[in-house]
Design a protein around this ligand. Sequence first.
Ligand code: PLP
Length: 481
Amino acid sequence: MKFLSTRGQMQPKTFSDVLLDGLGPDGGLVVPEQVPTISAEQREAWRSLSYAELAAQVIGHYATDIPEADLATLTAAAYSPEAFPTPGTVPLTPLSEQVTLVGLSEGPTLAFKDLAMQFLGQVIPYVLARSGGTLNILGATSGDTGSAAEHAFRGKPGLSVFMLSPLGRMSDVQRAQMYSIDDDNVHNLAVDGVFDDCQNLVKAISNDAAFKADHRIGAVNSINFGRISAQIVYYFWAWLRATDAVPAEERAAATVTFAIPSGNFGNIYSGHLARRMGLPIAKLILATNENNVLDEFFRTGIYTPRSRELTHATSSPSMDISKASNLERFVWDVLGPEEFVTRWTRLETEGTLDLSDHLPRFAAEFGFVSGTSTHADRVATIRSCFEASGTVVDPHTADALAVLPAYLEPGVPTLVLETAKPEKFSVTVAEALGEQSPATPAHILALLELEQHVVEIANDAEQLKAYVAEHALLTPAGAQA
Ligand SMILES: *Cc1c(COP(=O)(O)O)cnc(C)c1O
C-alpha cells in the first residue's frame, strides 16, 4: 500500500513514512492510493476476533510495510485491559429499539481520541526504534486530542510532545487531564486564540520544510493517517457486534447507519473509508453544533471556512471548528486527483469552494447526510435520553442524538458514536439533569486538584518556533554520553 498527497506533489510513501510526517511536503493530506476492499466472507471470518485482533487485521490493510506479527503485538498493547478496562474494549449499549450507543470513550482520557492515540503511542516508538531517530510531536487540540496524545506518549523515550491548546476554551477536566502531566517530554502551550489559530500555527511550522526537518517535527492531529486507520477499526467492530444476532444468511446485506459528532472531519472520514472498503453502511449522519460549516457544505455543496470571530464557544467545545482539515480528503475522493488540484486552489484564493455541481452525489454515492444542533437541543437530548434509557450522554454525543431522528429509516439500526464520557463535560450534563446528574467520580475530583503545568504563548508562529527550537529533542535515546 502506498500513500499519495491530495496536492499531487509527493512521491508515493509507505504507512511508516506517513505516520511520522503528518502533512505531505506539498501541504496536502496523505491519502491511500487505492482503498482496499473487504469481502462479506472476510468480514465474517473477523467476527470471532477480539478488538485488538480486529485492529491488527483492519490496520494491516494499510500498514502493509509492518510485519503482521509485529502489528498484532502493537495492537495488543494499545488495546490492553489496562488502557481500556471495559470488557470488549468498545461496548455497545442499546438506547432504544433502533438506536445503539457505541462506547468509544473507555480509554484513559474518556474520549474517542484514545482509540487512535493509544495505537500511535505503540506504533510510532516502534517505527522510530527501527530508524534510530527522535521525534517532536507538534499538535493542536480543542481539548481531547491533546490529552489523548499526552497520555499515549508521556515518558516514551526518543519522543516529545508540544501541544497547542486554545486559552480558556476547554472544560476543567480537559485542562486538568493535559496540564497535570509533569513528564519532561510533555510541553503544554496555551495559545491566545481559538482552535483554528492553534491548527494554523501547526500548519505554518509544517509548511516550513527546513524547520520541520531540522527539529524532527511530526504530527498526530486528525490529519495523521495512522489515526484515521485506527478509527476505521471501530466501524467494523460496531457493525460486527450490531449484526451478531442477525441470521447468518442475512448478514452480508445487513446495513446500519452511523451518527457521528463531527468537528475536524477525522472520525467520519474513517467511516467513509470503512464504507468504501465495503462495510454495509446505509448513511453517515454528520452532526455539528452551532459551528456548522460542515452541515452547510453537505446541504449546499458550498464550503466556506469561517474566521475565528465567527467561531462560537459552545457546550460541545471539541467540535468548535470552522475549518475542517480532513474535508480535503473527501473533496479529493469526490473530484478525483486532477480536478481536485484546479478547484482546491480556488478555495485558497477565494475563501470558498463551490461543489454544488456534485451535491447530489454526497448522499446518493457516499451516504452523507447532516444536521446541526443548538445548545438547547443538546440539553433537551441529554435529558430525554436519560429519561428514556437511563443512560447519561455527553454534549457531543447528544449532538448526534439530536440530529439523527430526521434520518431514521425503518429496519436500519442506527449506531451513535459516543465521542466522550459525560464526566468530561459535567457542567452541561448538570444543566440538563439537575439533581439527577451523576456525582463526580472520585478519580475526577482528585485529577482537578493536581498542580497544572502550562506555558502561555501569543498566536504567533515565530514565538512558537523559538519555543520548539529551544526544547526540541534532537538526540536519539541512548545516544547521549
Ligand atoms: C475530536 C472530537 C470530536 C470531533 O471529531 P473529528 O474527528 O474532529 O470530527 C467530537 N467529539 C469529541 C468529544 C471530540 O473529542
